[in-house]
Design a protein around this ligand. Structure first.
Ligand code: SF4
Length: 333
C-alpha cells in the first residue's frame, strides 16, 4: 500500500451559479453583474496515511464538505487530482465502480441519509450484497455482526429508521458505511445534529472503532472541540483554502495562524491554560461570500493583525511537511 492512502493535489472546485430574478433585473437596469462562480475549494493539497484520522475544520461555507465529497469521489475537482492509493477517484468525469466501495461517507443527518421505507437489515446489507461482499444466505448474520459492532441490539435489524433515536440512527449509518469494508471513511459533521450527551457517545464509539478496526478517516467538523480527541492531525480551512495543518496536540497548544487562534478562542469549552472561566471571544465579522473572496489573504478583513501586504499577496502554506501555516506572519511571533 502507498505511504499515503488519500492524496489531494492542487484541488480546486468551482460551481457556476445562475443569477436570480433580482440580479437579472438589476443587470438589465445597468448594475454590474453579480459574481457567478462559487469558489468552493481553492488549490488544496492534503494527504492521509493509512490508519490515520485527519480532521478538516472550519466555519460553515468554508468548503470543507465540498472537499469531503471530492475525497469520496462524489464531486470531480475542477482542477487538480484526487487519488486513493495511487488510483484516481474520478476517471473521465465518472466515479469508477471500485471507488464506490473503497470510500464510504457518514453524513450529518442520519434521518435524511437513511431510506425511511427500508428496514435496517436491508439498509446495511444493500451495498455489501450489490458488491458481492456477502452472500444472500449470509446477509442476516453479517448485518447482525455490524449492528453489534456499533452498539445496537441485532434484533433491531427488522426496524425502520423512524423507530430509532437520533444517536441510534447515526449508529445505523456508521454500520452501513463500515459494512462496505471501506479503505477510507469520510465523516461529514457526523455528530453535529445530535444532543451534546449523545455526541459524546457517538464520538467514543468512533474512537473505539478507529482503534479496533484501524480505520483511515477524514473527519469534517465546524467544531474544534469535537475533533480534539478523535484526530491525529488537523487541517484548518478558511474560504476554500487550507490555512494551517499540524498534529492535533500542536494545533491546540500552539496555533500559528490568526484564524486558528480565533477559532480556539471562540469555543467556550476550549479555554486555554491561564484563561479565566468565560474568557472566550467569538470571531469578529462573517465569512465573506465564496462568490467574491477577498484578494490576497482571504482572512484579512477579519484578521486582528493584518498588514497592508495581506490585502494583495496570497500567503502560501509554509513550514515543515507536518506543520504548516499560510500567513505572512506565521512563525514570526
Ligand atoms: Fe492575518 Fe495577514 Fe496572516 Fe492573513 S496573512 S492571517 S491577514 S496576518
Amino acid at each position: 500500500m502507498s505511504a499515503r492512502l488519500l492524496e489531494l493535489s492542487g484541488v480546486s472546485k468551482r460551481f457556476e451559479r445562475r443569477p436570480n430574478l433580482g440580479e437579472r433585473v438589476a443587470e438589465a437596469l445597468g448594475a454590474a453583474p453579480a459574481g457567478q462562480v462559487v469558489h468552493a475549494v481553492d488549490d488544496v493539497s492534503l494527504s492521509i496515511a493509512p490508519r490515520e484520522t485527519l480532521a478538516l475544520v472550519g466555519e460553515s461555507g468554508c468548503g470543507k464538505s465540498t472537499l469531503g465529497r471530492i475525497a469520496a469521489g462524489i464531486h470531480a475537482p475542477t482542477t487538480g487530482t484526487a487519488s486513493l492509493a495511487g488510483t484516481p477517484l474520478m476517471s473521465g468525469g465518472a466515479r469508477p465502480r471500485k471507488a464506490t466501495t473503497r470510500v464510504q461517507m457518514v453524513f450529518q443527518d442520519p434521518f435524511a441519509s437513511l431510506n425511511p421505507r427500508m428496514r435496517v437489515a436491508d439498509i446495511v446489507a444493500e451495498g455489501p450484497l450489490a458488491h458481492g461482499l456477502v452472500s444472500r444466505a449470509g446477509a442476516a448474520a453479517y448485518v447482525a455482526g455490524w449492528l453489534g459492532r456499533v452498539g445496537l441490539d441485532p434484533s433491531f435489524a427488522s426496524r425502520y429508521p423512524h423507530q430509532f433515536s437520533g444517536g441510534q440512527r447515526q449508529r445505523v449509518a456508521i454500520a452501513r458505511a463500515l459494512a462496505m469494508q471501506p479503505d477510507l471513511l469520510v465523516c461529514d459533521e457526523p455528530v453535529a445534529s445530535l444532543d451534546v450527551s449523545i455526541q459524546a457517545q457517538v464520538l467514543n464509539l468512533f474512537i473505539e472503532l478507529r482503534r479496533d478496526l484501524g480505520l483511515t478517516c477524514l473527519f469534517i467538523s465546524h467544531d474544534l472541540g469535537v475533533v480534539r480527541h478523535v484526530s491525529d492531525r488537523v487541517a484548518i480551512m478558511y474560504l476554500g483554502r487550507v490555512v494551517e495543518t499540524g498534529p492535533t496536540a500542536e494545533i491546540f497548544s500552539a496555533p500559528r495562524h490568526p484564524y486558528t487562534k480565533a477559532l480556539l478562542e471562540s469555543v467556550p469549552r476550549l479555554r486555554r491554560e491561564g484563561a479565566a472561566d468565560g474568557d472566550f471571544r467569538p470571531i469578529s465579522g462573517e465569512i465573506p461570500s465564496p462568490l467574491a473572496p477577498p484578494p490576497g489573504c482571504h482572512f484579512h478583513p477579519r484578521c486582528p493583525v493584518a498588514e497592508p501586504r495581506c490585502r494583495e499577496a496570497r500567503p502560501e502554506l509554509r513550514g515543515a511537511a507536518g506543520r504548516q501555516a499560510a500567513c505572512h506572519l506565521a512563525g514570526l511571533d
